[in-house]
Structure formats: C-alpha cells, structure tokens
Design a binder for this molecule. Structure first.
Ligand SMILES: C[S@@+](CC[C@H](N)C(=O)[O-])C[C@H]1O[C@@H](n2cnc3c(N)ncnc32)[C@H](O)[C@@H]1O
Length: 310
C-alpha cells in the first residue's frame, strides 16, 4: 500500500464543534487517512462509535488499518460516496457528522492518480477508480462548449473558451493522455509571466470537480447527513473553495429558514411559517488559526461551517 499521510485540517476546531463523548456516535464521510476519524474516536473513548466512508479504495484500506490499531470494535467502514451514507447508517443515530471535502495530500502527490499538473501522470483524477469517467474522457470527448462550461463554472477560469477551443484543436492531432500534456498546452496559451500559480491550476480543479461530480455529491451528501443526525446532533463541513462553500452556505440557509414560500421567488406576503430543520452554530465560517496556517499549506483555503439539527 503506498504511504498515505494527510494532516487533518482544523482538527481542534472540528473536535470543539462536535464535542465527542463516550456515548456518542459519529459519521465521517471523508475518511482519507483517518486523521479526523482517529481524533473523534480518541476523544470519545472508551465507547464512542464511528461510521466512516471514502470513495477511494486506498483511503478506506489505510483508514481501516490505522483505526484497527487503537480502536478495534468501535467503527464500521465502507467504501462509497458520502451521498449514500444514509443507505447504511441508521437514520437519526448520529451525534455528529463530518465532511472534510476535496482531495487528500496523497491523492494529489501520487502522480499515477493524475490529479496534479506538477507530477506527470495519466490524465485520470478519479477519486473512485471503479467509475468509468476519467479526466482524459472529458478532455478527449466533450465538445468545446461543454469543456468551456466546466472550466468556467467549476474553475472560474476567465479563458475557458480559448482553452477549450485549443484542446479541441490539439486533440484532433493527438489525444490527451497525460497531465503534463494538458498543463503544457495551458502554459503555452497563458504564459506565467512570473506569476506564482501555475496557469493550469483552475482547469485542473474544474476537471477534478467534474470527473468526481463533487458538487452533485455534496448537495446529496448534505441532505443525507442531516437524516443521520439526532436532534441536537451537529454537522461540520470543511470546504476548500468558494463553490463548495456556497453550496454549504445555501443549504444551511435554506434548512434554517423559519418559513417556506411557493415557487422559486421568496415573496414575503406568501410566506408560510415552518419549524426549521437546522440552526447555524456559528453563522460565520470558522477559519484556521495562524499556527496551523504556518504548518500546513493545505489549510490555507479551508473554511469550517457547523450546523445543528433541531
Ligand atoms: C481532505 S481528504 C479527508 C482527510 C481526512 N479528514 C483525514 O483527516 O485524513 C478528503 C477525502 O474525501 C474523499 N471524498 C471526497 N469526496 C467524497 C465523496 N463524495 N464521498 C466519499 N469520499 C469522498 C476523498 O477520496 C479523500 O480521501
């Protein structure tokens, strides 16, 4: 098994938000290297329980091995999308649910996973390698219009159309197979001119989000996570870019609303009062502290939002 080291982001803040205790049951939908999971189990010793999942087979294997060393008999782990947690975790059974979104450091660092423009590898980007769609599939198969939409919507890439047209032009000569091939094309089209960020950063982010249907999974996952919670249980979500954060914020706002309205537009005169399903624990996003920011560059863009089931 390749080494799987991932420093959990905002671990102290997650523990403060979920306050694990020995009678508690928790679900971690993004196990990764089990950093947060191990802390939840340690803090809920000796009897706290953890349900966990990850779409990545290596992550699941690693998490299983790591947790079994100290917490055998106190967890159940399955491979799968967190949007399906409510299919196997008992409804209204959990005191806390954690989603720590995005990819892990090992996924990014292992060239053969194809997430990184820094290490040359196959243009893959699948978190779950059982799914057929890869980044190469999108890059070689989608029309220019569809590719531009992906780069714009998921990457906020201003040059989305130009990049998409160039991809379609180049692939007629030679299909895109590697991360380097794609990164080099973008760099030729948008030279760095001394800028720190690689010009392909946004295109790679956008492809990763599209390949893994990250926004769709998140929307379904949030709805599912609320079903798992007991009244008073908490949902903690760590996001790493504004698109994800917006989905979490809108979800929380909608479920914390004390009224409904017919149709799409909120007309105050047509509101009907309801009992909301959630309340915000803190309305503002919680950000990592200075010490963590210095020690862990991955924490730079992290934001934690916490909601409580009513
Ligand atoms: C940031 S890492 C989590 C790290 C983990 N909290 C730790 O402390 O080691 C994100 C993990 O979530 C997984 N993941 C992302 N989206 C997922 C989804 N929709 N369903 C299941 N796992 C997902 C990725 O495969 C990756 O392993």
């Amino acid at each position: 098994m390749p080494e799987f080291i991932h420093k959990p982001v905002m671990a102290a803040e997650v523990l403060a938000a979920l306050s694990p205790c020995p009678t508690g049951r928790y679900a971690d939908g993004t196990l990764g290297g089990a950093g947060h999971a191990a802390q939840l189990l340690a803090a809920s010793s000796p009897t706290g329980w953890l349900f966990g999942c990850d779409r990545d087979g290596v992550a699941v294997e690693t998490a299983n091995t790591r947790l079994a060393e100290k917490f055998a008999g106190r967890f159940e782990i399955r491979r799968g999308n967190f949007s399906e947690l409510a299919d196997w975790v008992p409804v209204a059974s959990c005191d806390g649910v954690l989603l720590d979104l995005g990819v892990s450091s090992p996924q990014l660092d292992q060239a053969e996973r194809g997430f990184s423009f820094q290490n040359d590898g196959p243009l893959d980007m699948r978190m779950d390698n059982r799914q057929p769609l890869t980044a190469a599939g999108l890059v070689n198969g989608e029309e220019a219009e569809a590719l531009a939409k992906i780069f714009w919507e998921y990457g906020d890439e201003r040059d989305s159309r130009r990049f998409a047209r160039a991809i379609v032009h180049d692939r007629a000569q030679r299909k895109f197979e590697t991360t380097r091939q794609l990164a080099d094309l973008i760099e030729r089209l948008a030279p760095r001119h001394g800028k720190k960020a690689h010009p392909a950063t946004k295109v790679f982010q956008a492809l990763r989000i599209a390949v893994n249907d990250e926004i769709g999974s998140l929307k379904r996952g949030l709805a599912g996570a609320v079903k798992l919670l007991k009244p008073g249980g908490r949902l903690a979500v760590i996001t790493f870019h504004s698109l994800e954060d917006r989905v979490v914020k809108e979800f929380g706002r909608e479920r914390a609303r004390e009224y409904t309205f017919p149709g799409e537009v909120d007309v105050p005169e047509l509101r009907t009062p309801i009992v909301p399903e959630l309340k915000w624990v803190s309305r503002k996003a919680i950000l990592p502290g200075d010490v963590e920011l210095k020690e862990n560059p991955r924490a730079r863009s992290a934001q934690l939002r916490v909601m409580e089931k009513i």
